[in-house]
Ligand binder design. Structure first.
Ligand SMILES: NC(=O)c1ccc[n+]([C@@H]2O[C@H](COP(=O)([O-])OP(=O)(O)OC[C@H]3O[C@@H](n4cnc5c(N)ncnc54)[C@H](OP(=O)(O)O)[C@@H]3O)[C@@H](O)[C@H]2O)c1
Length: 388
């Protein structure tokens, strides 16, 4: 019987990982799932999990099974990972040899002190506490990080973000990294501390780094995603502007970006399938879990902006004479997004990933991007269920 602890199972990626694990369980794999979920003032942890298990757009491969059947292999642990919770830890410590997939995270990309405190406490401290408190019970610590945490992405981005000497000792983290925000900085520092701690204690570790997460492209119903985040936020911002400013005619926006950089978007189901498969592969320590090819920026922006009849061009600086739309865009998301849109030309090395998951077909994100985004627009980014 394999015991797996998965954090963040109510989120975008975590629920898809959960669905993939349940698929394995339903096909006969002996598995016990420990799911830490935090209750809300008006909703228990179990009720929150049931919402995920009964979600109308969960993958069709699970439709044949009632949620009671899933629950027989699941133990929900009501806990907030950012808070020291000895009761939750003792519940987990009943098990040994746990594959711990630590996916929960705060994804605040802002630069202010609120973001700093959130990522420090919720991501950095909470991760290290979980690892330390469960030492002796972990078979492998799998950390879901981000492909962007190394800061400057340029040329072919290799899987290894950390340096080791010839004896396999981890070098201390230097000052050469160029993170864009507290979230990235603490992701990289957390990775570093995990490797350091696990090597010292003889615990297996694995660090998997997704790029921007998009909707499903492998498993029906396609294009679904639990929440529209990251690149979808550009569409949400333009949609809101359109709603608030219906009388603005012939709008134009200058997007501050490097026109030659690609947008790497990975489908959530492909990513989750990769994570679930890689968990038992002890040869993989660090891996880019991203799409093999990025979407050319001009094409990507034309898809993202097209639905609102807005013309655009790409500029090499934030406009100093912003129009109505640009003022709205740059005050909401444009400033932090610009940090990601002006990266040097880069692609990720995915040869290791493809070799390890050769049996999982890689969806063609470039060919599917317009349809994927069209679904999000038609669903008004989650407000309309089942748009036609
Ligand atoms: N989204 C992307 O494009 C992207 C790109 C690269 C990497 N990643 C990484 O992928 C992972 C998943 O991201 P996501 O987009 O799926 O995030 P998400 O939708 O915001 O989900 C985050 C999950 O973590 C849980 N969580 C956060 N803090 C917690 C706490 N203190 N205690 C208990 N649970 C907590 C959340 O629970 P609640 O539901 O209770 O809030 C939720 O289930 C993260 O590690 C993220 O850094 C994401």
């Amino acid at each position: 019987m394999e015991t797996i602890l998965l954090t963040g199972s109510t989120g975008i990626l975590g629920r898809e990982i959960l669905y993939q694990l349940l698929k394995e369980m339903m096909s006969g794999k002996a598995m016990h799932l420990l799911l830490p979920v935090r209750s809300l003032p008006d909703k228990s942890a179990l009720d929150r999990l049931l919402e995920v298990l009964n979600a109308p757009d969960k993958p069709h491969y699970l439709s044949a099974y009632p949620s009671e059947q899933f629950l027989t292999g699941i133990e929900v642990i009501d806990t907030d990972l950012a808070v020291h919770d000895p009761h939750a830890i003792s519940q987990i410590k009943k098990y040994k040899n746990i594959y711990l997939i630590h996916n929960a995270s705060n994804t605040n990309l802002y630069y202010d002190n609120k973001a700093l405190l959130e990522v420090y406490e919720n991501n950095y401290l909470a991760t290290l506490r979980l690892l330390e408190q469960l030492t002796g019970h972990i078979r492998k610590f799998i950390f879901i990080s981000t492909a962007y945490c190394t800061g400057l992405l340029k040329g072919l981005v290799k899987n290894e973000y950390h340096d080791f000497d010839e004896a396999g000792r981890l070098y201390p983290m230097g000052l050469h990294k160029q993170q864009r925000n507290h979230y990235e900085y603490y992701k990289l520092l957390t990775e570093h501390e995990i490797i350091h701690y696990c090597n010292k204690k003889g615990i297996s570790w694995q660090i998997l780094r997704p790029s921007m997460i998009g909707g499903r492209l492998l498993d029906a119903p396609l294009y679904r995603i639990a929440r529209y985040n990251v690149f979808y936020l550009m569409g949400i911002c333009l949609y809101k502007w359109r709603m608030e400013s219906p009388d603005q005619t012939s709008p134009h926006i200058r997007i501050f970006a490097n026109p030659d950089m690609p947008l790497n978007i990975v489908p959530v189901d492909y990513l989750a399938a990769a994570i679930v498969h890689l968990r038992t592969d002890d040869d993989v320590t660090e891996a880019n879990t991203v799409s093999s090819k990025g979407i050319p920026l001009h094409y990507g922006l034309s898809v993202l902006i097209h639905p609102w009849d807005i013309s655009f061009d790409i500029t090499r600086e934030i406009p100093t004479d912003p129009n109505h739309l640009e003022t709205f865009f740059y005050s909401k998301i444009g400033a932090w997004m610009a940090e990601y849109l002006q990266l040097p030309v880069h692609e990720f090395d995915t040869s290791l990933l493809r070799q390890k998951i050769a049996h999982i077909p890689e969806p063609d994100m470039i060919a599917s991007f317009a349809a994927l985004y069209d679904y999000a627009v038609k669903s008004e980014f989650g407000r309309v269920k089942n748009p036609v």
